[in-house]
Design a protein around this ligand. Structure first.
Ligand code: GLN
Length: 309
């Protein structure tokens, strides 16, 4: 039982924390610059009730790219696989998350997968709702249901800061609009996307969502299905093939756990039929993944034999 192993978890967090000195906090979204680069915290749900934590797990941070998993779940529930995958592909890119290159060189010009920015923008545009507020409200309600934490909101400062500086995401959106991948007003899409990325959680919330995705999409306490099984499978598969951006291959070898990271330093991991893990460590490596978080997941995977391969 991982949850009886508090001393070992504390030790692993302490050891992984030494890696933060080699990382840097994201600064291309100005509001993320203020994060403390030396922090590292983790929460692990081992079954529906037991959660072990280490570090300051009360600290909140924004989902950033981790939100891509949740919008994909919602869009798939709203529209079904055929429609979603007619607009976004299923293949890893090997390029940075905000790259534009494959949009132009691939034919048809649709994004290669839902975990890169272009793909996530296309997915977000498929969420049902007649306004930004309604769509965001549906996403938040879904997250409240998953976490049982109805106080989860988006951070207005982070959303505004990204919205004002999101010219690369604007270009990706305009490109896709020209090619018929999206139909939305680009500014509305950008408003929704930057708000979705700015949804604020703590490690426990992430660990709980990770646990649900790991365990057939069933609600932790009631076992009621929240995410249909086939969709939970799709999410985990994308987490393996594209969840850690263009470091997903190396991560699969070293760690072997379906996971999704965000540039705020969060990582959500789902061991199929096993634990859900939430990590926060804002110092990032050069590919935009939490440097200490990756190290911690590697230690956890080795010690508890968590690799799915
Ligand atoms: N909001 C961020 C962006 O679009 C999310 C990217 C990330 O976490 N990798 O740039």
């Amino acid at each position: 039982m991982i949850c009886n192993d508090k001393e070992a978890i504390d030790y692993m967090v302490e050891e992984a924390n030494t890696y933060t000195k080699d990382g840097r906090v994201a600064d291309y979204i100005p509001a993320l610059k203020v994060a403390d680069p030396d922090t590292l915290s983790v929460a692990i749900y081992e079954n529906e009730k037991t959660c072990i934590t280490a570090g300051n797990t009360e600290e909140t941070f924004t989902l950033q790219s981790i939100s891509k998993v949740l919008t994909l779940a919602l869009a798939l529930m709203d529209r079904g696989e055929d429609e979603v995958f007619s607009r976004v592909g299923m293949e890893p890119t090997g390029d940075p998350f905000n790259s534009m290159i494959k949009l132009e060189t691939h034919s048809p010009s649709r994004p290669l997968n839902p975990m890169i920015n272009a793909g996530a923008l296309a997915v977000t545009s498929m969420i049902y709702g007649s306004s930004v507020d309604e769509k965001l409200g549906r996403l938040l309600a879904f997250i409240h249901e998953l976490t049982g934490n109805s106080s989860i909101r988006y951070d207005e400062k982070v959303a505004k800061s990204e919205y004002e500086t999101a010219d690369l995401n604007r270009s990706l959106s305009y490109f896709m609009k020209q090619h018929g991948v999206i139909e939305d007003e680009v500014e509305h899409l950008l408003e929704l996307y930057t708000k979705q990325c700015a949804i604020e959680v703590n490690c426990r919330d992430l660990a709980k969502i990770g646990y649900i995705i790991a365990n057939e999409g069933k609600h932790v306490e009631s076992q009621r299905p929240i995410i249909p099984l086939h969709i939970a499978r799709i999410l985990k598969t994308f987490m393996v093939t594209c969840g850690m951006y263009n470091a997903s291959g190396e991560f699969a070898i070293r760690v072997g756990i379906p996971a999704k990271s965000g540039v705020s330093g969060g990582i959500m991991a789902s061991v199929p039929y096993g634990v859900g893990i939430g990590i926060y460590g804002p110092a990032l490596d050069d590919k935009g993944n939490s440097i200490a978080g990756m190290r911690l997941l590697e230690s956890l995977s080795q010690r508890y034999d968590l690799s799915i391969f």
